[in-house]
Design a protein. Structure first.
Length: 246
């Protein structure tokens, strides 16, 4: 009976682990693909055309030369990033080209591209809106910002607008908690948002403009929302407070 009980417990634990792995692998969260497993599509396969532009080949030289001889594979993240910035997302052929340039196994490149959610393995809109909904942003009503985005663009999380202008993803903490709620659009942070702010940002992007990044409530950066509470005077001159003999 004891052995039978231990066997059932072990099997039950193993099944839970298998289900967890399966659920994680199919998770559509982040900006990557819906699965860690690649499936060829007409737009994403070995034959998908990709090569770096002449300008980016020059950038590649600078990036790779930053690493010691024989350790060029350490440049895989910045080189993948360069490929994504050129193409808008990372097809399989772009990963293969990176592996070829860095003289590393393609599987090593796939491992990096599937691990980091910064790499997008499916086509994305021109403006990638990443909205943080973790605790600080949620407490500052990020739900209203998310609702505004979905209604304004007519799409749900993980979808792209028909005109290919916007893709929306829900992400974990982006490190701007003091300026919550906030979104990241491509490389820019937009902080201290209200639904009205979000609508204005989207309208500017639709008009081909780049909205001014940063706080939208008048703050310069991440100082206290109610005003400074310390460092209210000009700094003292060098040597202030030292003994005369020093």
């Amino acid at each position: 009976m004891l052995l039978s009980g231990l066997f059932r417990s072990a099997v039950s634990h193993s099944v839970r682990q298998i289900r967890y792995v399966k659920r994680t692998a199919q998770c559509a969260g982040g900006s990557g693909a819906a699965s860690f497993t690649h499936r060829d599509t007409p737009d994403n396969n070995d034959e998908t055309p990709f090569d770096f532009t002449p300008e980016n080949y020059k950038r590649l030289e600078v990036i790779i030369d930053s690493y010691p001889e024989g350790h060029q594979s350490a440049a895989v993240i910045p080189v993948l990033d360069l490929a994504q910035r050129q193409n808008g997302w990372l097809p399989l052929s772009a990963m293969n080209k990176v592996a070829e340039i860095l003289k590393m196994p393609t599987m090593r490149v796939y491992e990096v591209a599937t691990f980091y959610t910064m790499f997008n393995r499916k086509p994305m809109g021109k403006h990638h809106i990443q909205i943080c909904t973790t605790t600080p942003c949620m407490l500052c009503d990020s739900d209203s910002i998310l609702k505004c985005i979905k209604e304004k663009l007519g799409i749900a999380i993980g979808e792209t607008t028909p005109d290919k202008l916007f893709t929306v993803t829900e992400v974990e903490c982006l490190g701007a908690c003091v300026n919550a709620p906030m979104v990241q659009i491509n490389d820019n942070y937009y902080e201290d948002l209200t639904p009205k702010d979000m609508e204005e940002i989207i309208d500017e992007l639709k008009a081909g403009k780049i909205p001014k990044p940063g706080p939208r409530n008048g703050r310069f950066s991440c100082e206290p929302a109610g005003g400074l509470t310390s460092l209210l005077e000009p700094p003292k001159e060098p040597g202030f407070g030292l003994q005369p003999g020093l």
